[in-house]
Design a protein around this ligand. Structure first.
Ligand code: CMP
Length: 143
């Protein structure tokens, strides 16, 4: 089954938005395969955001994402990678449609509440950064 990585950023955790964000994925019909509250090390943050290493905002991005706990999740279901991006909305909240997480809950491109993997390759890479294989729950398993 398709899986993607979604992370409530430090601003979302501090604003008590975890429940709101989790609800949207639950109500859409996706399944939570793994979740944990974790404070990222500088090394983990740099690895996660390595594709942005040359961007002028990279230092600011790493400093922000390590500034407090994030809520790391793996969501599972048909078409979840693309659908998660749609639920989350455009990177810049000022361009994000109403009804999306960023459209409803954020105003700033840096503090944009949530991150979601942008492709199957990113999803696989990002899930592996944050979770061990045995932490990914399998709802299909025989008991
Ligand atoms: P995210 O989906 O986590 O992926 C990369 C992040 O870089 C993005 O969300 C934004 O929060 C952040 N970002 C993009 N552009 C800027 C910018 N101009 N200034 C600060 N952060 C940015």
């Amino acid at each position: 089954m398709e899986r993607t990585y979604v992370m409530v950023k430090p601003d979302g955790v501090q604003r008590n938005l975890i429940g709101n964000i989790v609800s949207r994925f639950e109500q859409k019909g996706y399944t939570l395969a793994a979740a944990k509250l974790v404070t990222l090390s500088k090394e983990t943050a740099e690895t996660h955001y390595s594709e942005h290493r040359e961007r002028p905002f990279f230092g600011e991005l790493v400093s922000f994402i390590t500034s407090g706990p994030v809520f790391a999740m793996v969501w599972e279901g048909e078409g979840v990678i693309k659908a998660a991006r749609q639920l989350i909305g455009a990177t810049n909240p000022s361009e994000a449609a109403p009804g999306t997480i960023r459209g409803d809950l954020a105003v700033n491109v840096g503090m944009n509440v949530v991150h979601g993997s942008d492709s199957p390759e990113s999803a696989e890479r990002e899930i592996a950064i944050f979770f061990k294989e045995e932490e990914l729950n399998d709802y299909q398993k025989d008991s």
